[in-house]
Design a protein. Structure first.
Length: 552
Protein backbone atom coordinates (compact mmCIF):
# COMPACT_ATOMS: atom_id res chain seq x y z
CA UNK A 1 0.00 0.00 0.00
CA UNK A 2 2.92 2.42 0.68
CA UNK A 3 4.22 2.06 -2.91
CA UNK A 4 0.81 2.94 -4.35
CA UNK A 5 0.53 5.96 -2.04
CA UNK A 6 3.97 7.22 -3.07
CA UNK A 7 3.08 6.87 -6.75
CA UNK A 8 -0.13 8.81 -6.21
CA UNK A 9 1.74 11.60 -4.43
CA UNK A 10 4.35 11.77 -7.22
CA UNK A 11 1.62 12.08 -9.86
CA UNK A 12 -0.05 14.88 -7.90
CA UNK A 13 3.27 16.79 -7.57
CA UNK A 14 4.00 16.49 -11.30
CA UNK A 15 0.50 17.61 -12.17
CA UNK A 16 0.89 20.70 -9.97
CA UNK A 17 4.30 21.54 -11.49
CA UNK A 18 2.92 21.25 -15.02
CA UNK A 19 -0.01 23.43 -14.07
CA UNK A 20 2.36 26.12 -12.75
CA UNK A 21 4.46 26.03 -15.93
CA UNK A 22 1.39 26.37 -18.11
CA UNK A 23 0.21 29.34 -16.06
CA UNK A 24 3.63 30.96 -16.50
CA UNK A 25 3.54 30.48 -20.28
CA UNK A 26 0.04 31.93 -20.37
CA UNK A 27 1.21 35.08 -18.61
CA UNK A 28 4.14 35.40 -21.02
CA UNK A 29 1.85 35.17 -24.06
CA UNK A 30 -0.50 37.67 -22.50
CA UNK A 31 2.38 40.13 -22.07
CA UNK A 32 3.46 39.61 -25.67
CA UNK A 33 -0.03 40.26 -27.04
CA UNK A 34 -0.41 43.43 -24.97
CA UNK A 35 2.73 44.99 -26.45
CA UNK A 36 0.92 46.50 -29.44
CA UNK A 37 3.14 49.57 -29.67
CA UNK A 38 6.30 47.65 -30.55
CA UNK A 39 7.49 47.65 -34.22
CA UNK A 40 6.80 44.59 -36.40
CA UNK A 41 10.43 43.74 -36.60
CA UNK A 42 10.59 43.50 -32.85
CA UNK A 43 7.51 41.26 -32.80
CA UNK A 44 9.04 38.91 -35.32
CA UNK A 45 12.24 38.76 -33.34
CA UNK A 46 10.31 37.99 -30.18
CA UNK A 47 8.37 35.26 -31.96
CA UNK A 48 11.59 33.81 -33.31
CA UNK A 49 13.07 33.87 -29.84
CA UNK A 50 10.00 32.12 -28.48
CA UNK A 51 10.19 29.51 -31.18
CA UNK A 52 13.85 28.96 -30.45
CA UNK A 53 12.99 28.50 -26.79
CA UNK A 54 10.29 26.01 -27.61
CA UNK A 55 12.52 23.90 -29.81
CA UNK A 56 14.15 22.06 -26.88
CA UNK A 57 10.67 21.14 -25.67
CA UNK A 58 10.03 19.46 -29.02
CA UNK A 59 13.35 17.60 -28.71
CA UNK A 60 12.44 16.56 -25.16
CA UNK A 61 9.89 14.11 -26.51
CA UNK A 62 12.45 12.53 -28.83
CA UNK A 63 15.12 12.44 -26.12
CA UNK A 64 12.80 10.56 -23.76
CA UNK A 65 11.86 8.13 -26.51
CA UNK A 66 15.53 7.39 -27.31
CA UNK A 67 16.37 6.98 -23.61
CA UNK A 68 13.44 4.62 -23.18
CA UNK A 69 14.64 2.51 -26.12
CA UNK A 70 18.23 2.45 -24.82
CA UNK A 71 17.28 1.75 -21.20
CA UNK A 72 19.02 -1.63 -21.28
CA UNK A 73 22.33 -0.10 -22.47
CA UNK A 74 22.57 2.69 -19.87
CA UNK A 75 24.70 4.61 -18.90
CA UNK A 76 25.01 6.76 -22.02
CA UNK A 77 26.82 10.09 -22.53
CA UNK A 78 25.21 13.28 -23.75
CA UNK A 79 27.52 13.20 -26.80
CA UNK A 80 26.21 9.79 -27.87
CA UNK A 81 22.67 10.92 -27.19
CA UNK A 82 23.19 13.99 -29.40
CA UNK A 83 24.54 11.84 -32.24
CA UNK A 84 21.57 9.43 -32.02
CA UNK A 85 19.13 12.34 -31.97
CA UNK A 86 20.73 13.93 -35.05
CA UNK A 87 20.57 10.63 -36.94
CA UNK A 88 16.96 9.97 -35.92
CA UNK A 89 15.66 13.46 -36.75
CA UNK A 90 18.14 14.38 -39.51
CA UNK A 91 18.53 17.86 -38.03
CA UNK A 92 21.36 19.86 -36.54
CA UNK A 93 20.82 20.29 -32.79
CA UNK A 94 23.29 21.97 -30.51
CA UNK A 95 25.10 20.13 -27.75
CA UNK A 96 24.11 22.84 -25.24
CA UNK A 97 20.39 22.30 -25.93
CA UNK A 98 20.74 18.62 -25.11
CA UNK A 99 22.53 19.47 -21.87
CA UNK A 100 19.71 21.86 -20.92
CA UNK A 101 17.11 19.16 -21.59
CA UNK A 102 19.02 16.67 -19.47
CA UNK A 103 19.28 19.16 -16.60
CA UNK A 104 15.53 19.77 -16.80
CA UNK A 105 14.67 16.05 -16.77
CA UNK A 106 17.04 15.50 -13.86
CA UNK A 107 15.35 18.27 -11.89
CA UNK A 108 12.01 16.48 -12.41
CA UNK A 109 13.52 13.18 -11.11
CA UNK A 110 12.87 11.52 -14.45
CA UNK A 111 16.55 10.67 -15.02
CA UNK A 112 19.75 10.52 -12.99
CA UNK A 113 22.81 12.25 -14.57
CA UNK A 114 26.46 12.75 -13.72
CA UNK A 115 28.58 15.68 -14.92
CA UNK A 116 31.67 14.75 -17.01
CA UNK A 117 34.24 16.59 -19.12
CA UNK A 118 35.18 15.40 -22.61
CA UNK A 119 37.80 17.29 -24.64
CA UNK A 120 37.48 20.30 -22.33
CA UNK A 121 33.71 20.32 -22.95
CA UNK A 122 31.32 19.89 -20.04
CA UNK A 123 28.72 17.16 -20.61
CA UNK A 124 26.62 14.59 -18.78
CA UNK A 125 26.31 10.83 -18.44
CA UNK A 126 22.74 9.47 -18.10
CA UNK A 127 22.92 6.81 -15.37
CA UNK A 128 19.29 5.66 -15.19
CA UNK A 129 15.73 6.55 -16.11
CA UNK A 130 12.59 6.09 -14.00
CA UNK A 131 10.93 3.12 -15.69
CA UNK A 132 7.46 3.65 -14.13
CA UNK A 133 7.38 7.33 -15.12
CA UNK A 134 8.97 7.18 -18.58
CA UNK A 135 5.77 6.36 -20.46
CA UNK A 136 3.71 8.84 -18.46
CA UNK A 137 6.29 11.58 -19.05
CA UNK A 138 6.21 10.89 -22.78
CA UNK A 139 2.46 11.41 -22.79
CA UNK A 140 2.75 14.61 -20.75
CA UNK A 141 5.46 15.94 -23.06
CA UNK A 142 3.38 15.16 -26.15
CA UNK A 143 0.46 17.09 -24.68
CA UNK A 144 2.68 20.06 -23.86
CA UNK A 145 4.16 20.12 -27.37
CA UNK A 146 0.72 19.96 -28.96
CA UNK A 147 -0.45 22.80 -26.77
CA UNK A 148 2.63 24.86 -27.69
CA UNK A 149 1.92 24.29 -31.38
CA UNK A 150 -1.71 25.29 -31.05
CA UNK A 151 -0.86 28.20 -28.80
CA UNK A 152 -3.45 27.05 -26.24
CA UNK A 153 -2.91 25.72 -22.72
CA UNK A 154 -5.72 23.22 -22.13
CA UNK A 155 -5.59 23.01 -18.31
CA UNK A 156 -5.22 26.79 -18.09
CA UNK A 157 -8.16 27.26 -20.44
CA UNK A 158 -10.25 24.89 -18.35
CA UNK A 159 -9.32 26.73 -15.18
CA UNK A 160 -10.08 30.06 -16.87
CA UNK A 161 -13.44 29.09 -18.37
CA UNK A 162 -14.84 26.59 -15.86
CA UNK A 163 -16.64 27.92 -12.79
CA UNK A 164 -15.42 27.04 -9.26
CA UNK A 165 -18.24 24.48 -8.83
CA UNK A 166 -17.01 22.48 -11.82
CA UNK A 167 -13.44 22.56 -10.55
CA UNK A 168 -14.68 21.33 -7.17
CA UNK A 169 -16.45 18.41 -8.87
CA UNK A 170 -13.26 17.50 -10.74
CA UNK A 171 -11.22 17.56 -7.52
CA UNK A 172 -13.88 15.44 -5.80
CA UNK A 173 -13.79 12.90 -8.62
CA UNK A 174 -10.00 12.67 -8.40
CA UNK A 175 -10.28 12.16 -4.65
CA UNK A 176 -12.83 9.37 -5.15
CA UNK A 177 -10.54 7.65 -7.66
CA UNK A 178 -7.66 7.79 -5.18
CA UNK A 179 -9.85 6.44 -2.34
CA UNK A 180 -11.13 3.59 -4.52
CA UNK A 181 -7.54 2.70 -5.35
CA UNK A 182 -6.56 2.73 -1.68
CA UNK A 183 -9.60 0.63 -0.68
CA UNK A 184 -8.80 -2.15 -3.16
CA UNK A 185 -7.73 -5.38 -1.38
CA UNK A 186 -4.07 -6.26 -1.54
CA UNK A 187 -2.73 -9.61 -2.72
CA UNK A 188 -2.09 -10.63 0.89
CA UNK A 189 -5.69 -9.83 1.85
CA UNK A 190 -6.99 -11.82 -1.13
CA UNK A 191 -4.87 -14.82 -0.14
CA UNK A 192 -6.06 -14.63 3.48
CA UNK A 193 -9.69 -14.49 2.33
CA UNK A 194 -9.15 -17.48 0.06
CA UNK A 195 -7.65 -19.51 2.91
CA UNK A 196 -10.58 -18.55 5.16
CA UNK A 197 -13.09 -19.71 2.55
CA UNK A 198 -11.29 -23.05 2.22
CA UNK A 199 -11.36 -23.55 6.01
CA UNK A 200 -15.08 -22.68 6.13
CA UNK A 201 -15.76 -25.16 3.32
CA UNK A 202 -13.96 -27.92 5.23
CA UNK A 203 -15.83 -27.14 8.45
CA UNK A 204 -19.21 -27.22 6.68
CA UNK A 205 -18.68 -30.74 5.30
CA UNK A 206 -20.19 -33.70 7.13
CA UNK A 207 -17.83 -35.86 9.15
CA UNK A 208 -17.82 -39.65 8.88
CA UNK A 209 -19.59 -39.87 12.25
CA UNK A 210 -22.34 -37.52 11.10
CA UNK A 211 -22.80 -39.45 7.85
CA UNK A 212 -22.98 -42.75 9.77
CA UNK A 213 -25.55 -41.32 12.18
CA UNK A 214 -27.71 -39.98 9.34
CA UNK A 215 -27.55 -43.35 7.56
CA UNK A 216 -28.57 -45.12 10.77
CA UNK A 217 -31.86 -43.21 10.96
CA UNK A 218 -32.63 -43.23 7.24
CA UNK A 219 -36.12 -44.55 6.46
CA UNK A 220 -36.00 -48.19 5.39
CA UNK A 221 -37.58 -48.85 2.01
CA UNK A 222 -37.81 -45.16 1.14
CA UNK A 223 -40.33 -42.59 2.27
CA UNK A 224 -43.60 -44.05 3.55
CA UNK A 225 -45.68 -41.05 2.52
CA UNK A 226 -47.47 -39.92 -0.62
CA UNK A 227 -47.03 -36.47 -2.14
CA UNK A 228 -49.95 -34.16 -2.93
CA UNK A 229 -50.30 -32.94 -6.50
CA UNK A 230 -49.72 -29.16 -6.65
CA UNK A 231 -52.65 -28.77 -9.07
CA UNK A 232 -55.24 -29.91 -6.52
CA UNK A 233 -58.01 -31.83 -8.26
CA UNK A 234 -57.61 -34.35 -11.09
CA UNK A 235 -59.59 -32.07 -13.39
CA UNK A 236 -57.20 -29.16 -12.85
CA UNK A 237 -54.24 -31.50 -13.20
CA UNK A 238 -55.57 -32.71 -16.56
CA UNK A 239 -56.29 -29.18 -17.84
CA UNK A 240 -52.89 -27.78 -16.90
CA UNK A 241 -50.77 -30.71 -18.06
CA UNK A 242 -52.87 -32.68 -20.53
CA UNK A 243 -51.92 -30.54 -23.55
CA UNK A 244 -48.19 -30.86 -22.97
CA UNK A 245 -48.33 -34.63 -22.54
CA UNK A 246 -48.75 -37.20 -25.28
CA UNK A 247 -52.27 -38.50 -25.51
CA UNK A 248 -55.33 -37.23 -23.69
CA UNK A 249 -55.75 -35.78 -20.24
CA UNK A 250 -56.93 -39.14 -18.94
CA UNK A 251 -53.62 -40.66 -20.01
CA UNK A 252 -51.78 -38.00 -18.05
CA UNK A 253 -53.94 -38.59 -14.95
CA UNK A 254 -52.93 -42.22 -15.03
CA UNK A 255 -49.28 -41.18 -15.06
CA UNK A 256 -49.68 -38.70 -12.18
CA UNK A 257 -49.29 -40.91 -9.10
CA UNK A 258 -49.65 -38.09 -6.58
CA UNK A 259 -52.63 -37.54 -4.31
CA UNK A 260 -55.48 -35.42 -5.65
CA UNK A 261 -58.56 -33.85 -4.07
CA UNK A 262 -62.17 -33.90 -5.20
CA UNK A 263 -64.88 -31.43 -4.33
CA UNK A 264 -67.67 -32.30 -1.90
CA UNK A 265 -70.74 -30.86 -3.62
CA UNK A 266 -73.93 -31.01 -1.57
CA UNK A 267 -77.38 -29.61 -2.29
CA UNK A 268 -76.63 -26.38 -0.41
CA UNK A 269 -73.10 -25.87 -1.88
CA UNK A 270 -72.57 -22.75 -4.00
CA UNK A 271 -69.39 -23.14 -6.08
CA UNK A 272 -69.38 -19.44 -7.00
CA UNK A 273 -68.53 -18.61 -3.37
CA UNK A 274 -65.22 -20.45 -3.61
CA UNK A 275 -63.43 -22.62 -1.06
CA UNK A 276 -64.27 -22.62 2.63
CA UNK A 277 -61.58 -20.95 4.74
CA UNK A 278 -61.68 -23.76 7.30
CA UNK A 279 -62.01 -26.68 4.82
CA UNK A 280 -62.03 -29.98 6.74
CA UNK A 281 -61.90 -28.19 10.14
CA UNK A 282 -65.17 -26.34 9.47
CA UNK A 283 -67.57 -26.67 12.42
CA UNK A 284 -70.68 -26.27 10.22
CA UNK A 285 -69.89 -28.44 7.22
CA UNK A 286 -73.48 -29.75 7.06
CA UNK A 287 -74.83 -26.26 6.33
CA UNK A 288 -71.76 -24.41 4.98
CA UNK A 289 -72.35 -23.15 1.42
CA UNK A 290 -68.65 -22.95 0.56
CA UNK A 291 -66.78 -25.71 -1.26
CA UNK A 292 -65.12 -28.47 0.79
CA UNK A 293 -62.77 -31.23 -0.33
CA UNK A 294 -61.83 -34.83 0.34
CA UNK A 295 -58.94 -36.97 -0.86
CA UNK A 296 -59.60 -38.58 -4.24
CA UNK A 297 -58.54 -42.23 -4.28
CA UNK A 298 -56.59 -44.44 -1.85
CA UNK A 299 -54.19 -42.79 0.58
CA UNK A 300 -52.34 -45.96 1.57
CA UNK A 301 -49.54 -47.92 -0.09
CA UNK A 302 -50.23 -50.83 -2.46
CA UNK A 303 -51.94 -53.71 -0.70
CA UNK A 304 -49.15 -56.27 -1.07
CA UNK A 305 -46.52 -53.96 0.32
CA UNK A 306 -48.83 -52.72 3.06
CA UNK A 307 -49.60 -56.27 4.21
CA UNK A 308 -45.91 -57.12 4.31
CA UNK A 309 -45.14 -54.04 6.37
CA UNK A 310 -48.08 -54.70 8.68
CA UNK A 311 -46.94 -58.30 9.25
CA UNK A 312 -43.46 -57.15 10.13
CA UNK A 313 -44.74 -54.46 12.47
CA UNK A 314 -47.21 -56.87 14.06
CA UNK A 315 -44.52 -59.44 14.80
CA UNK A 316 -42.30 -56.78 16.33
CA UNK A 317 -45.06 -55.45 18.55
CA UNK A 318 -46.09 -58.94 19.61
CA UNK A 319 -42.53 -59.84 20.61
CA UNK A 320 -42.16 -56.65 22.60
CA UNK A 321 -45.45 -57.09 24.43
CA UNK A 322 -44.94 -60.73 25.33
CA UNK A 323 -41.35 -60.41 26.50
CA UNK A 324 -41.11 -57.25 28.58
CA UNK A 325 -37.84 -57.00 30.47
CA UNK A 326 -37.69 -55.21 33.82
CA UNK A 327 -36.49 -51.63 33.56
CA UNK A 328 -34.75 -49.77 36.34
CA UNK A 329 -36.29 -46.36 36.82
CA UNK A 330 -33.08 -44.87 38.21
CA UNK A 331 -30.99 -45.39 35.09
CA UNK A 332 -33.72 -44.55 32.61
CA UNK A 333 -32.56 -41.06 31.78
CA UNK A 334 -29.90 -41.92 29.21
CA UNK A 335 -29.16 -45.62 29.25
CA UNK A 336 -30.75 -46.61 25.96
CA UNK A 337 -29.02 -50.01 25.84
CA UNK A 338 -30.65 -51.08 29.14
CA UNK A 339 -34.21 -50.23 28.11
CA UNK A 340 -36.94 -52.10 26.27
CA UNK A 341 -39.33 -50.46 23.85
CA UNK A 342 -42.72 -50.99 25.51
CA UNK A 343 -46.06 -50.50 23.76
CA UNK A 344 -47.89 -47.25 24.58
CA UNK A 345 -48.66 -46.67 28.27
CA UNK A 346 -50.89 -44.03 29.82
CA UNK A 347 -52.34 -42.83 33.11
CA UNK A 348 -55.54 -40.84 33.49
CA UNK A 349 -54.71 -38.24 36.12
CA UNK A 350 -54.85 -34.62 37.18
CA UNK A 351 -51.29 -33.37 36.84
CA UNK A 352 -51.88 -30.75 39.51
CA UNK A 353 -52.21 -33.51 42.13
CA UNK A 354 -50.24 -36.48 40.69
CA UNK A 355 -47.20 -37.62 42.69
CA UNK A 356 -44.66 -37.78 39.86
CA UNK A 357 -41.96 -39.39 41.98
CA UNK A 358 -43.56 -42.82 41.39
CA UNK A 359 -42.89 -42.59 37.64
CA UNK A 360 -39.08 -42.66 37.79
CA UNK A 361 -36.65 -40.78 35.57
CA UNK A 362 -37.02 -40.00 31.87
CA UNK A 363 -34.66 -38.90 29.11
CA UNK A 364 -37.25 -36.75 27.32
CA UNK A 365 -40.32 -34.86 28.51
CA UNK A 366 -42.84 -33.26 26.17
CA UNK A 367 -45.67 -31.07 27.45
CA UNK A 368 -48.53 -29.24 25.75
CA UNK A 369 -50.02 -27.40 28.75
CA UNK A 370 -53.45 -25.73 28.73
CA UNK A 371 -52.00 -22.23 29.11
CA UNK A 372 -54.30 -19.41 30.11
CA UNK A 373 -53.84 -17.25 26.99
CA UNK A 374 -56.90 -15.05 27.68
CA UNK A 375 -59.00 -16.56 24.90
CA UNK A 376 -62.15 -18.67 24.74
CA UNK A 377 -60.96 -22.26 24.35
CA UNK A 378 -62.87 -25.56 24.11
CA UNK A 379 -60.96 -26.99 27.11
CA UNK A 380 -60.09 -26.00 30.67
CA UNK A 381 -56.94 -24.04 31.41
CA UNK A 382 -54.47 -23.80 34.29
CA UNK A 383 -53.35 -20.64 36.01
CA UNK A 384 -49.79 -19.39 35.82
CA UNK A 385 -49.06 -20.35 39.44
CA UNK A 386 -50.38 -23.89 38.90
CA UNK A 387 -48.01 -24.25 35.94
CA UNK A 388 -45.04 -23.08 37.99
CA UNK A 389 -45.82 -25.60 40.77
CA UNK A 390 -45.88 -28.70 38.53
CA UNK A 391 -43.58 -31.51 39.70
CA UNK A 392 -41.61 -31.64 36.44
CA UNK A 393 -38.17 -31.29 38.14
CA UNK A 394 -38.63 -34.71 39.79
CA UNK A 395 -38.93 -36.46 36.40
CA UNK A 396 -35.37 -35.75 35.21
CA UNK A 397 -31.85 -35.52 36.53
CA UNK A 398 -30.63 -34.69 33.03
CA UNK A 399 -32.38 -34.67 29.69
CA UNK A 400 -34.53 -32.65 27.30
CA UNK A 401 -37.85 -30.88 27.78
CA UNK A 402 -40.04 -29.96 24.79
CA UNK A 403 -42.56 -27.32 25.86
CA UNK A 404 -45.30 -26.11 23.48
CA UNK A 405 -46.18 -22.43 23.91
CA UNK A 406 -48.31 -19.85 22.13
CA UNK A 407 -49.39 -16.25 22.61
CA UNK A 408 -48.53 -14.79 26.01
CA UNK A 409 -47.34 -18.23 27.16
CA UNK A 410 -44.11 -17.77 25.22
CA UNK A 411 -42.68 -15.57 28.00
CA UNK A 412 -44.29 -17.66 30.76
CA UNK A 413 -42.86 -20.84 29.23
CA UNK A 414 -39.34 -19.43 29.30
CA UNK A 415 -39.87 -18.43 32.92
CA UNK A 416 -41.04 -21.95 33.81
CA UNK A 417 -38.05 -23.54 32.08
CA UNK A 418 -35.68 -21.49 34.19
CA UNK A 419 -37.71 -22.17 37.35
CA UNK A 420 -37.64 -25.94 36.73
CA UNK A 421 -33.85 -25.95 36.21
CA UNK A 422 -33.59 -25.95 32.41
CA UNK A 423 -31.63 -23.86 29.93
CA UNK A 424 -33.44 -22.98 26.71
CA UNK A 425 -31.14 -24.31 23.98
CA UNK A 426 -33.36 -24.28 20.89
CA UNK A 427 -36.84 -23.71 19.51
CA UNK A 428 -38.96 -25.64 17.01
CA UNK A 429 -41.47 -23.84 14.77
CA UNK A 430 -44.58 -25.59 13.48
CA UNK A 431 -45.84 -23.86 10.31
CA UNK A 432 -49.50 -24.77 9.97
CA UNK A 433 -51.08 -25.72 6.65
CA UNK A 434 -54.68 -26.47 5.75
CA UNK A 435 -56.19 -29.51 4.01
CA UNK A 436 -55.01 -28.25 0.59
CA UNK A 437 -51.45 -27.85 1.93
CA UNK A 438 -51.64 -24.06 1.92
CA UNK A 439 -50.79 -21.59 4.67
CA UNK A 440 -53.80 -21.07 6.96
CA UNK A 441 -55.24 -17.61 7.63
CA UNK A 442 -58.59 -18.36 9.25
CA UNK A 443 -58.41 -15.77 12.02
CA UNK A 444 -59.46 -18.20 14.76
CA UNK A 445 -56.39 -17.52 16.91
CA UNK A 446 -54.25 -14.47 17.54
CA UNK A 447 -55.11 -11.12 19.09
CA UNK A 448 -53.40 -8.88 16.52
CA UNK A 449 -52.35 -11.14 13.64
CA UNK A 450 -53.73 -14.45 12.41
CA UNK A 451 -51.58 -17.16 13.93
CA UNK A 452 -50.15 -19.51 11.31
CA UNK A 453 -47.53 -21.18 13.50
CA UNK A 454 -46.75 -22.49 16.98
CA UNK A 455 -43.54 -22.66 18.97
CA UNK A 456 -41.98 -25.52 20.92
CA UNK A 457 -39.25 -24.46 23.35
CA UNK A 458 -36.42 -26.95 23.83
CA UNK A 459 -34.90 -26.94 27.32
CA UNK A 460 -31.90 -28.94 28.50
CA UNK A 461 -30.93 -30.02 32.01
CA UNK A 462 -27.42 -31.30 32.64
CA UNK A 463 -25.42 -32.84 29.80
CA UNK A 464 -27.52 -35.63 28.25
CA UNK A 465 -26.18 -37.85 25.47
CA UNK A 466 -28.20 -36.91 22.39
CA UNK A 467 -27.71 -36.97 18.64
CA UNK A 468 -27.17 -33.48 17.29
CA UNK A 469 -27.77 -31.94 13.87
CA UNK A 470 -30.03 -34.64 12.39
CA UNK A 471 -33.22 -32.63 11.88
CA UNK A 472 -34.40 -29.13 11.08
CA UNK A 473 -36.07 -26.81 13.58
CA UNK A 474 -39.05 -26.19 11.26
CA UNK A 475 -42.06 -28.51 10.87
CA UNK A 476 -44.56 -27.89 8.06
CA UNK A 477 -47.65 -29.97 8.77
CA UNK A 478 -51.42 -29.95 8.40
CA UNK A 479 -53.72 -28.71 11.14
CA UNK A 480 -56.04 -31.33 12.58
CA UNK A 481 -58.21 -31.28 15.71
CA UNK A 482 -57.88 -28.54 18.32
CA UNK A 483 -54.45 -28.62 19.99
CA UNK A 484 -53.47 -31.72 17.98
CA UNK A 485 -49.73 -31.33 17.47
CA UNK A 486 -47.94 -32.77 14.39
CA UNK A 487 -46.74 -36.36 14.56
CA UNK A 488 -43.38 -35.32 13.08
CA UNK A 489 -42.29 -34.12 16.52
CA UNK A 490 -42.12 -37.72 17.77
CA UNK A 491 -39.73 -38.70 14.97
CA UNK A 492 -37.48 -35.74 15.74
CA UNK A 493 -37.36 -36.64 19.44
CA UNK A 494 -36.76 -40.36 18.78
CA UNK A 495 -33.82 -39.59 16.49
CA UNK A 496 -32.30 -37.27 19.07
CA UNK A 497 -32.64 -39.76 21.92
CA UNK A 498 -33.30 -43.25 20.51
CA UNK A 499 -34.47 -46.07 22.77
CA UNK A 500 -34.80 -44.00 25.96
CA UNK A 501 -37.78 -43.54 28.30
CA UNK A 502 -40.05 -40.68 27.33
CA UNK A 503 -43.11 -39.10 28.92
CA UNK A 504 -45.77 -36.74 27.57
CA UNK A 505 -47.73 -34.45 29.87
CA UNK A 506 -51.26 -33.20 29.14
CA UNK A 507 -51.65 -35.85 26.44
CA UNK A 508 -54.84 -37.17 24.84
CA UNK A 509 -55.75 -40.53 23.27
CA UNK A 510 -54.28 -39.56 19.88
CA UNK A 511 -50.91 -38.82 21.54
CA UNK A 512 -50.08 -42.33 22.78
CA UNK A 513 -46.83 -43.66 21.26
CA UNK A 514 -44.60 -46.74 21.75
CA UNK A 515 -42.03 -46.26 24.53
CA UNK A 516 -43.95 -43.19 25.73
CA UNK A 517 -45.99 -42.80 28.91
CA UNK A 518 -48.87 -40.38 28.34
CA UNK A 519 -50.35 -38.46 31.28
CA UNK A 520 -53.60 -36.49 31.01
CA UNK A 521 -57.17 -36.23 32.19
CA UNK A 522 -58.62 -37.19 28.78
CA UNK A 523 -57.00 -40.62 28.29
CA UNK A 524 -59.02 -43.72 29.10
CA UNK A 525 -58.14 -45.16 32.53
CA UNK A 526 -54.71 -46.57 33.39
CA UNK A 527 -52.64 -48.85 31.12
CA UNK A 528 -49.18 -49.77 32.39
CA UNK A 529 -46.86 -52.58 31.21
CA UNK A 530 -43.58 -51.86 33.00
CA UNK A 531 -43.65 -54.17 36.09
CA UNK A 532 -41.72 -51.83 38.36
CA UNK A 533 -43.90 -48.89 37.35
CA UNK A 534 -47.05 -50.93 38.03
CA UNK A 535 -45.75 -51.86 41.48
CA UNK A 536 -44.83 -48.28 42.40
CA UNK A 537 -48.12 -46.86 41.10
CA UNK A 538 -50.29 -49.39 42.96
CA UNK A 539 -48.38 -48.75 46.15
CA UNK A 540 -49.01 -45.01 45.90
CA UNK A 541 -52.57 -45.26 44.50
CA UNK A 542 -54.16 -48.52 45.67
CA UNK A 543 -57.51 -47.66 44.10
CA UNK A 544 -55.85 -46.56 40.84
CA UNK A 545 -57.49 -43.13 41.02
CA UNK A 546 -55.07 -40.22 40.54
CA UNK A 547 -57.68 -37.66 39.48
CA UNK A 548 -58.14 -36.12 42.93
CA UNK A 549 -55.81 -34.68 45.58
CA UNK A 550 -54.09 -37.16 47.87
CA UNK A 551 -55.47 -37.38 51.41
CA UNK A 552 -52.04 -37.84 52.98
Amino acid sequence: MSDAFEEIQAIKIKRNSLREKLQKRKRERHELFTLTSTPPATESSVIDTTNNKSEPVEYEQDVLRILHQCISSLPITSTDLTDQLRKALSIDISFSDINKLLEKLSAQDIIRIKEITENDVVGYTILSIAESNSQAELLHTENIVEEEKLGVSLPAAIEEESPPEKQTKLDKKNTEDIMSLISMPTIREKESKKVGEQILDLLSKQTSKEKSLAERFRSQGGAQVMEFCPHGTRTDCSKLNGNSQPGSGQAFNEKCKKLHFKKILQSHTDESLGDCSFLNTCFHMDTCKYVHYEVDGPTAQPKDQGEADATTCGNTSRTTALDPKPVSNNNGSTGASDLTLYPPQWIQCDLRYLDMTVLGKFAVIMADPPWDIHMELPYGTMSDDEMRQLGIPTLQDEGLLFLWVTGRAMELGRECLQLWGYDRVDEIIWVKTNQLQRIIRTGRTGHWLNHGKEHCLVGMKGFPRVNRGLDSDVIVAEVRATSHKPDEIYGIIERMSPGTRKIELFGRPHNVQPNWITLGNQVDGVRLIDPQLIKAFKKRYPDGNSMKPSKS
